[in-house]
Design a protein around this ligand. Sequence first.
Ligand code: ADP
Length: 191
Amino acid sequence: MINLILFGKPGSGKGTQAEFVKKKYDLIHISTGDLFRNNMSNNTDLGLLAKTYIEKGDLVPDEVTIKMLEAEVNTHPNANGFIFDGFPRTTVQAEILDQFLSTLNLSISLTIALEVDENLLIDRLISRGKDSGRADDQDRSKIQNRFNEYNKKTSPLINFYKIQNKFFKVNGVGDINDISTRIFNTIDNNI
Ligand code: ADP
């Protein structure tokens, strides 16, 4: 069983690469961003709550996100493994994820951070925003706020997983297939 976390700043390609990894290793892909967006487009209570944070580029509160994540994992009792994309994003989320997985006799196998320069990410996000209409991708100050949230709240997780020897970096710039190959090699060499 492989349980993988994909890290990376907004726009770094987590969602794209998660799809390739999911297919190759037969994993369940859980993207908290996608789950929130589905809830927002269906106008659920969770979606309406999440929207107030997401549209500003803020993180949704931990307790809300964790509850949603646990419910999603529990819908796949026979999974071969999970790829977590966009979760955990804070130390509290990482600690609770470890506790939660241990109740299922599972643990994180490894974590991979896709590294891309912020200037390149801004260009990618603005162009994604034009195509998708995502409000949080269309405004430079919201994008900058998401980078700030990442640098302040998510970066400390690097150390959290480094001390467990579970943290690996992959260059996220270049051809999409080359980046996938780098990720596959990192997984195969470290599980
Ligand atoms: P990106 O990484 O491109 O910013 P995501 O699709 O992963 O986008 O997430 C979009 C937004 O959803 C985030 O900016 C945040 O507001 C919210 N979100 C997603 N995952 C989490 C999480 N684990 N904790 C808190 N908020 C989250």
